[in-house]
Ligand binder design. Structure first.
Ligand SMILES: Nc1ncnc2c1ncn2[C@@H]1O[C@H](COP(=O)(O)OP(=O)(O)OP(=O)(O)O)[C@@H](O)[C@H]1O
Ligand SMILES: [Mg+2]
Length: 1001
């Protein structure tokens, strides 16, 4: 699915800055596609670039990773599947700016870092936020891997849009499809990147629209869709006429039918979408029953009696309403025309005036619609819910009503604009402010960028006890004659000096002319808005008379029954006011967003008349200003687009540099420095902070990221290559070793054969180098034969095998050789003893067979070992060269003519050697004798010769033992240690950690 990246960053690093910019701007040649690359950061340059691109239908431009989008008010051919394919898996700067690029980058960052993200889409009403969020959802629907099962989740997410838009969007003066509720949607992805679920949070639906629309505006789309598109049967069943003009709730704006909206077609889409989001037929009927009953309710009229009290006219619409909801006619009639006052035990009915009755009617209509909307969101959530508990990551899409200013602005605009203040505050916190703070913390030099922090306005609205919402709530709860005007007076009392608040009374002469007496004006970050206080208290209270609410709990319409029963679970407590509920839901939203990584889309409205191709510079300048785009640009220009902790940066990109791969042993910051030097980062492209690297331009990072992606792509094959080439190398080496061994063997064979021949030819001569091996061979051969053909008794001197002539000659001729070659019988006897003691037991025995015994001073019965043996002392096993002399009664350990130790054979209870090739021998000495120093540990060169002789002299052959692994020794009475034996590459003797003497042969 991923596109092959054509852009070779590493060589491009080498080519320098100019080429980098060239590569970037070459992609679409209209203006500059990232404002960061603008020559000058003036508003004029900004607008000119935007205009240039807009005129060529290039509606997207970046400020770093922020996407600016200008509403084209026409269909552009940039949202097809081909375009989606193009942007999949490609970084920002490889293709012209697009909403798909941002969506794709958020998605891939989420997958790579396994964390949560959100895309904040902001802009004023009609700027294109909802369209943008739909495009992102469509992109994920196509680009994410999917299965048949997941396709249904995907369809539900996509189809939740037409349903919620039908019930929550309406035509306003600003936008034919204006969102009249806030929407935050989490798209959940599993670790494979598959979209596996979704969840929607909805914010404050503008319910007042159900009962009242300004001129040029409509009610929520669903009403018109039902009336225009509903099937005949359905309309008949619901008692509806196919004529919007028939319904009071649809005609106040005098624009029920608009050319730009096709209600009939939309109706079909919505009906289908309801099925997709699992709303069954029964509930669908209930749903349309509610929509119809709201229309009927709007047509309910009241007459006044002689006292001015309201009387409900019994009209057809009232009957339909009763039928559709299945509620008692009398109770409803009473509920709409009388107020029930509970005075001690009695209930008193107080009649309403006509206005009051209309108010009660409208309150019911709003409550029914509002509750149904929430029910719908809950049902959609149930249908999209992923019940699997495995960990998921999310991308949240925030599409909330844009900042709006009408000729008359009421409570709804106050809430909507407050919401936009909060989001602006979040934007400031997350980007500008945190950016500066981080630079400070990281000790990176910072050019301060002045920006307007709108916290002061947020506080003005929401501060506890002192903010506008608190004062409004106080007035709503205050017993007595609180009115909208007393609320205004309270505001004036408390806010008198606030720089962002002004009223007719507080204003100077000039400003006063622009304000009515019932107005207050807020100087929002996005501009001044004048609010009319009329209706603030009622809308904030949102009261529904108890008797009506109780009646609705009895409704035969299951949705109505469910909604009203769960409305205020705690009946006795006064429900929270609308503004306070809204405030806390925004607080929660802020928390949700703060825990995620942010991506921004700033939508701009190109003109007020929704015309394609019109670039209203003044309107756009205003939006650029209040959306803080210039400030954002300056921050990006002055600062660094990307930063990452050294550890993380190094962990990710270390394969790109031989010095850091596979391990960097030093401090991570140093590793990063080495790495980026290798990558060719130029000095002005980055800064090293305390804990992070700061990269000025995103493209530098993307180039690095590209290199990393390429590395990954090549990684799997390279591992295979690495292993297979290693295997080949090992094989080659092994063959080499074998060949060398073979060669050595042959060379040895040639030498031996040569020597054998030479030896044979010189066998008659005195022992010389040429014949020594041959004579030894003949001797060994003779002895071996002799061994197998021994006379049965020692006394039998006749049947001895006669030695080869070379041996007999030597043994008689040369007196020197007498010592080196014993008389065969004597020699043989010794050899036989050695054989019986060690043959098949000690590994070095076979090599000793060919060696003649060398024993001196035989006649005096003193045997001295030919080579100096090593004695290991008992404390610490220190090696000491000693001489060893055996007499008839004892063995003496001698150091330079001094007797160091005498071992009486009588106390020699055992002699142990290992089964390996070492020359170590342990004399186990009975320690009852206090004069004895404990066991004696020695290493001798001619072990077999020595032990055989000792065994014979001391008559101790039976105590000589060949032991495997370890020989226990007694260092002194009661204190034990051991000599451990093993094999290794090199013979060694050392004191091991366990305190034993370790002998490696
Ligand atoms: N990318 C686009 N391509 C074509 N037309 C667009 C695009 N974006 C927006 N529009 C047009 O602008 C209209 C208004 O857009 P949208 O409903 O998304 O505005 P909004 O920002 O959500 O406004 P509100 O705050 O009122 O909900 C759309 O109905 C559509 O006609
Ligand atoms: Mg919208």
């Amino acid at each position: 699915m991923h596109k092959q990246v054509c852009y070779t960053c590493l060589c491009y690093f080498g080519r320098g800055q100019l080429d980098m910019e060239g590569a970037l701007t070459a992609r679409d040649r209209v203006g500059i596609q990232d404002f960061v690359l603008l020559d000058e950061t003036t508003e004029a340059a900004f607008l000119s670039n935007l205009n240039k691109r807009f005129s060529k239908d290039l509606i997207y431009t970046y400020i770093g990773t922020l996407l600016v989008s200008v509403n084209p008010y026409k269909e552009l051919d940039v949202y097809n599947n081909k375009q989606m394919d193009l942007y999949m898996g490609v970084n920002f700067f490889e293709l012209p700016p697009h909403i798909y690029a941002l969506a794709d980058n958020a998605y891939h960052t989420m997958l790579a870092e396994f964390n949560n993200h959100f895309i904040l889409i902001s802009g004023e009403s009609g700027a294109g936020k909802t369209e943008a969020s739909k495009k992102i959802l469509q992109y994920y629907a196509v680009s994410c891997p999917s299965t048949a099962l997941l396709n249904t989740v995907r369809d539900k997410m996509l189809m939740s849009n037409p349903v919620l838009e039908a019930f929550g969007n309406a035509k306003t003066l600003k936008n034919d499809n204006s969102s009249r509720f806030g929407k935050y949607m989490d798209i959940q992805f599993d670790s494979e990147g598959e979209a596996v679920g979704g969840h929607i949070l909805n914010y404050l639906l503008e319910k007042s629209r159900v009962v009242h629309q300004n001129h040029g505006e409509r009610n929520f789309h669903i009403f018109y869709q039902l009336v225009q598109g509903g099937e005949e049967d359905l309309l008949h069943q619901l008692g509806l006429e196919r004529d919007c003009q028939h319904y009071n709730y649809l005609t106040q704006g005098e624009c029920a039918i608009v050319a730009s909206i096709n209600d009939k077609d939309e109706w079909k889409t919505v009906k289908n979408a309801l099925q997709v989001v699992n709303i069954d037929e029964i509930n669908t009927n209930h749903l349309f029953g509610i929509v119809a009953s709201v229309l009927h309710l709007g047509n309910v009229q009241f007459d006044s009696d002689s006292k001015g009290h309201s009387k409900k006219k019994l009209t057809k619409c009232f009957v339909f309403f009763l039928q559709l909801l299945g509620v008692d006619a009398h109770t409803l009639q009473e509920g709409l025309t009388y107020r029930k006052i509970e005075a001690q035990k009695d209930q008193v009915l107080s009649p309403f005036t006509i206005d009051h009755a209309i108010y009660a009617r409208d309150a019911l209509a709003k409550a029914m619609y509002g509750q149904t909307f929430t029910w719908l969101v809950n049902r959609i959530n149930e249908s999209m819910e992923n019940k699997d508990s495995s960990r998921k990551t999310v991308i949240g899409l925030l599409d909330i009503y844009g900042f709006e200013v009408f000729y008359v602005n009421s409570f709804e605009q106050f809430c909507i604009n407050y919401c936009n203040e909060k989001l602006q505050q979040l934007f400031i916190q997350l980007t500008l402010k945190s950016e500066q703070e981080e630079y400070e913390a990281e000790d990176i030099e910072w050019e301060p960028v002045q920006f307007f922090n709108n916290k002061i306005i947020c506080d003005l609205v929401e501060e506890k006890h002192r903010g506008i919402i608190s004062i409004l709530d106080e007035e709503c709860l205050r017993p007595g004659d609180a009115t909208d005007l007393t609320f205004l007076e309270r505001l004036e009392d408390k806010m008198g000096n606030h720089p962002h608040f002004v009223t007719h009374k507080l204003a100077d002469k000039m400003t006063r002319k622009t304000l009515e007496r019932g107005d207050f004006r807020l100087l929002h970050y996005a501009g001044e808005v004048t609010y009319c206080v009329v209706g603030f208290l009622d809308k904030n209270n949102d009261l529904l008379y108890r008797n009506i609410k109780d009646l609705m709990c009895q409704s035969k319409n299951a949705i109505v029954r469910e909604c009203f029963s769960t409305m205020d679970p705690d009946n006795r407590r006064r429900p929270e006011t609308v503004a306070t509920q809204f405030k806390s839901s925004l607080l929660k939203l802020t928390e949700i967003l703060m825990a995620k990584e942010a991506w921004y889309i700033r939508c701009l409205k190109s003109n007020e008349s929704k015309q394609p191709g019109q670039f209203d510079e003044a309107l756009i300048r205003h939006q650029v200003k209040y959306l803080g785009l210039m400030e954002h640009l300056r921050v990006r220009r002055a600062g660094f687009a990307y930063r990452r902790k050294y550890e993380d940066f190094l962990k990710r990109y270390k394969p790109l540099c031989p010095a850091t791969w596979p391990h960097w042993r030093g401090v991570p910051a140093d590793g990063v420095e080495v790495l980026i030097q290798h990558l060719g980062y130029l000095p002005n492209e980055y800064k090293m902070g305390r804990t992070k690297i700061f990269i000025r331009h995103p493209r530098t990072l993307y180039a690095t990221e590209d290199a990393y992606e390429r590395f990954k792509k090549n990684y799997t094959p390279s591992i295979i290559f690495y292993f297979s080439s290693s295997a080949t190398k090992i094989e080659t080496c092994w063959r080499g070793v074998q060949a060398r061994k073979e060669r050595e063997k042959r060379a040895w064979a040639v030498k031996v054969i040569k020597q054998f021949i030479k030896g044979y030819m010189t066998r008659g001569q005195a022992k010389i180098t040429d014949n020594s091996e041959y004579l030894a061979f003949v001797r060994q051969n003779y002895l071996n034969r002799l061994k197998d053909n021994l006379p049965k008794t020692v006394l039998d001197k006749t049947t001895w095998l006669s030695p080869p002539s070379v041996l007999t000659e030597k043994s008689t001729g040369n007196s020197h050789n007498k010592t080196c070659c014993m008389r065969p019988d004597r020699h043989l006897q010794m050899k036989l003893i050695t054989s019986s003691l060690f043959k098949g037991k000690k590994d070095s025995y076979p090599q000793s067979v060919a060696q003649p015994f060398m024993i001196r001073n035989e006649h005096i019965k003193v045997i001295k070992c030919r080579h100096t043996p090593i004695k290991y002392n008992r404390n610490g096993f220190k090696p000491r060269p000693r001489q060893l002399i055996l007499t008839q009664a004892a063995a003496y350990v001698i150091d330079e003519a001094k007797i160091k130790q005498r071992v009486l054979y009588a106390f020699l209870k055992g002699i142990s050697v290992s089964n390996l090739t070492d020359g170590m021998v342990v004399f186990h000495i009975t320690c009852e004798d206090p004069k004895q120093k404990g066991d004696l540990v020695m290493q001798c060169d001619h072990l077999f010769e020595f032990l055989t002789k000792l065994g014979v002299i001391a008559n101790k052959q039976n105590v000589i033992k060949v032991v495997q692994g370890s020989i226990k020794i007694e260092i002194q009475a009661g204190k034990e240690s051991a000599v451990d034996f093993g094999t290794g590459q090199e013979p060694m003797v050392y004191k091991a950690k366990n305190g034993h003497l370790m002998v490696v042969s």
